[in-house]
Write a protein that binds this ligand. Structure first.
Ligand code: GLP
Length: 260
């Protein structure tokens, strides 16, 4: 049963026919900002997500770069999360994902791409995570944060139960999340039980957040985003407290919303 969409002042909703159009729109927004900043010799700080959701965005950004329409020379990136423990060279690490989908194909400076290190010794984790947040601040904070959303309402790896005040830290993965990741790892036992994730507070400090969802599998999560109060059970609901959120959907993900 579709829900009536209550107007949300902070959320700009865009619905596209399919995910490709949605991804092209998001990539266009990023291209515009980088180009504007490049013209001013100013750096651009991007908060990046992994998973299936942003793949088309990265594909389009690579295309812009290959057509010489976009340089990442002044871009700094911070990824949301990484499994823990995991080697950067593991097929399924988010390091491998980012190299494969974006970093290897554009002119971003390797020293300007930050992804939580899945091999930090346990005793150094707390300091490491604190430092990750400091680094983001050091580069002036995130201009655009890309987000996907888990079926259970997680953002990054901030699983249900994550506090709005949380900063980058080690987290324990929800069984649903591990289940969703199992096909990529071969079987559930191969999926790490922990991760390092930017916290909710860290994410909400970004100047602009673009949250994307594609496909019928995310339709209930999207509906709940508009229906729910802000709740610790659905960390995506914390986005309601941010002044500049863009929710980009395809028709299927929006199928349970009743729009005027
Ligand atoms: C993963 C990631 C999230 C991602 C989400 C959705 O577990 N840690 O950052 O947004 O789950 O994944 P997908 O885009 O594949 O649906």
């Amino acid at each position: 049963m579709p829900v009536k969409l209550i107007e949300q002042k902070n959320v700009t909703l865009k619905i596209f026919d399919d995910r490709q159009e949605g991804c092209e729109y998001v990539a266009g927004q990023i291209q515009k900002l980088i180009t504007e900043h490049n013209r001013l010799y100013k750096s651009t700080v991007l908060g990046l997500a992994t998973g299936n959701t942003p793949k088309g965005v990265y594909k389009k950004l690579v295309e812009y770069h290959q057509r010489q329409q976009l340089s990442f020379n002044r871009v700094v990136t911070f990824n949301l999360d990484e499994y823990y423990p995991i080697s950067a060279y593991h097929d399924r690490s988010y390091h491998t994902y980012m190299e494969h989908n974006l970093f290897n194909k554009v002119d971003v400076h390797p020293h300007h791409t930050f992804i939580p290190d899945g091999e930090v010794p346990e005793e150094e984790l707390a300091t490491y995570c604190e430092n990750y947040d400091h680094q983001i601040n050091h580069f002036g904070g995130v201009d655009i944060q890309l987000l996907g959303v888990g079926v259970n309402g997680h953002i990054g790896f901030n699983e249900p139960g994550s506090k709005i005040s949380s900063t980058t830290r080690r987290v324990f993965l929800d069984e649903q999340t591990r289940h969703d990741a199992a096909p990529y790892f071969g079987e559930i036992d191969q999926v790490p039980r922990q991760a390092i994730s930017m916290g909710v507070h860290t994410i909400l400090k970004a100047r602009k957040i673009i949250c994307m969802a594609w496909g019928a599998k995310k339709a209930t999560t999207v509906k709940e985003f508009f229906e729910d109060e802000i709740t610790v059970q659905r960390p995506v609901s914390y986005l309601h407290t941010h002044p500049n959120v863009h929710l980009v959907l395809d028709k299927e993900a929006a199928s349970q919303l009743e729009l005027d």
